[in-house]
Design a protein around this ligand. Structure first.
Ligand code: ADP
Ligand code: ASP
Ligand code: MG
Length: 462
């Protein structure tokens, strides 16, 4: 839709009545010139609270469920009151919280958390904020409508980390959302969730509201996507670990995607993929500092080639495999191991190998480790029991550091400078994965040295 602006408001930008008021102001301001669609996250901390409640349910802790639900209800009813929303809206909040309670109690009875029910339950955080923002806009005379993302975004059935089916989503977006936009109404769509074609609820992975917004921007041919968060844009490092990190004026899609994939929480890893073909520009902006322009993400930027940003992932584990004798083909083992990881839906974040000893190791997310190991041990059971493969080693005391920048390959001596900056800090380098991507150098280091290594590399790359 020509001129459409999609805006996503993150957890802190939805975190209180005051922040919801600001989000409504931003929507109102932009709507005067063009159609606007809002995508909302749950209030900050709410998704964690919901997931924690479901864990209590699985563990049979009824009191834990009760006190969490009380908190959930209070936070949203307080916001209703502060926004001076009527009894009808408070009733809507109570209904959604009751839906959540029903799902949690189902899990309590079962003593387990079926993934599809988890996805249905956890999206209630976003349904609550979509209700509050849309009703608040209506109360101000701006026409708005809360939409459940599961009525628009069609996904595969990988619960907890679903992938959108773009053709089906495009059709739904045309049916469900487009008429609202044509009628001058602001659709306020829940981020994070979707549903399979046969209606089973799914979610897009933690932090997935960014992805929801980009999926909708692509499905509706938006002219821009603005992502409102709590920092002035994409920075040269996470300001929480590097105090002198700088805001970047602009980044290419590839740079931003590499940063996101390598742990920069400011964007969900898959956010940019739907936008690249359609060349939809993205802005990352601060809802606490609206006058700052933010960071523009487009296909080409003017910046000189070289490192632009440093990022890291702390919750990772290194899994190493080594054949026990030279008769075993390392390549075949690697193929089998990768297949086992794929079966477990575990993503390989980095992979290195040594041709002489035929050993190889790969980095996976800690939350995917248990499934990955189960699958590896099952698929390689014969090799392990007959002694062709040494016991699989896991090192959880590691972290990944990545330096990202377009044209970095052409910067002579850069890798050397990065490695010596890390060693000057006395941080052990465990593995290096350079070269698979033109614009990223990734280094696996000891976990306890990760923060020091990031600051040192950031200082070196300035
Ligand atoms: P939201 O709820 O708005 O989606 P997130 O907490 O998911 O916000 O993401 C914003 C946070 O990302 C920032 O507060 C910042 O600490 C973190 N972050 C990590 N890496 C970067 C980076 N390179 N630039 C900016 N912020 C970053
Ligand atoms: N609320 C979800 C989460 O915390 C999605 C998001 O915030 O993007 O993961
Ligand atoms: Mg986020």
């Amino acid at each position: 839709m020509s001129g459409l602006l999609v805006m996503k408001f993150g957890g802190t930008s939805m975190g209180s009545a005051e922040r919801i008021r600001v989000a409504a102001d931003i929507c109102t301001e932009q709507k005067s010139g063009r159609p606007v669609l809002a995508v909302v996250s749950a209030m900050s901390g709410v998704t964690d609270l919901l997931l924690n409640t479901l864990r209590h349910a699985e563990g049979g802790d009824e009191a834990g469920i009760g006190s969490n639900i009380e908190q959930l209800l209070k936070r949203h009813l307080d916001a209703c009151a502060e926004l001076a929303l009527g009894e009808g809206v408070s009733e809507g909040v109570r209904d959604l919280v009751a839906d959540f309670r029903r799902l949690a109690h189902g899990m309590l009875m079962l003593g387990e958390r079926p993934p599809r029910s988890v996805d249905e339950a956890v999206a209630i955080g976003e349904r609550l904020t979509a209700l509050l923002l849309s009703e608040f806009m209506e109360s101000r005379g701006i026409r708005a409508r809360a939409i459940n993302g599961s009525d628009v975004i069609v996904t595969d059935a990988v619960f907890g980390n679903a992938t959108p089916l773009m053709d089906a989503t495009r059709k739904k977006a045309q049916q469900v959302v487009k008429p609202l936009l044509d009628g001058g109404i602001v659709p306020v769509v829940t981020g994070f969730n979707g549903a399979t074609a046969d209606g089973r609820p799914t979610t897009l992975g933690r932090g997935g509201s960014d992805f929801s917004a980009s999926i909708l921007a692509a499905a509706l041919d938006a002219s821009e996507l603005w992502i409102w968060t709590d920092v002035d844009g994409i920075m040269s490092a996470d300001p929480r670990s590097v105090p002198d990190a700088r805001v970047l004026d602009s980044l290419t899609y590839s740079e931003a995607a590499e940063l996101a994939y390598n742990g920069a929480k400011v964007l969900h890893p898959r956010t940019l993929a739907p936008l690249i073909d359609r060349q939809i520009p993205v802005w990352s902006k601060n809802s606490f500092h609206r006058e700052h322009p933010g960071t523009r993400i487009v296909s080409k930027v003017d910046a000189p080639p070289g490192p632009r940003a440093v990022t890291s992932m702390a919750n990772v584990a290194l899994v190493s495999l080594e054949p026990a004798n030279a008769a075993v083909s390392g390549t075949r083992l690697m193929a089998r191991a990768l297949e086992a990881l794929a079966d477990a839906n575990a993503e390989v974040l980095a992979l290195t190998s040594s041709s002489y000893r035929q050993t190889f190791c790969f980095l996976v997310r800690k939350e995917e480790l248990a499934e990955a190991m189960k699958s590896l041990e099952a698929d390689l059971a014969l090799e392990l029991t007959h002694g062709y493969l040494k016991p699989i080693e896991v090192d959880e005391n590691v972290g990944l550091l990545a330096v990202v920048g377009e044209g970095m390959r052409g910067t002579p001596g850069l890798a050397g400078r990065i490695f010596s900056a890390i060693s000057k800090e006395d941080v052990n380098i465990i593995a290096i994965a350079q070269g698979s991507s033109e614009l990223t150098i990734s280094v696996v280091v000891r976990r306890d040295g990760l923060e020091r290594a990031i600051r040192a590399v950031h200082g070196e790359c300035r």
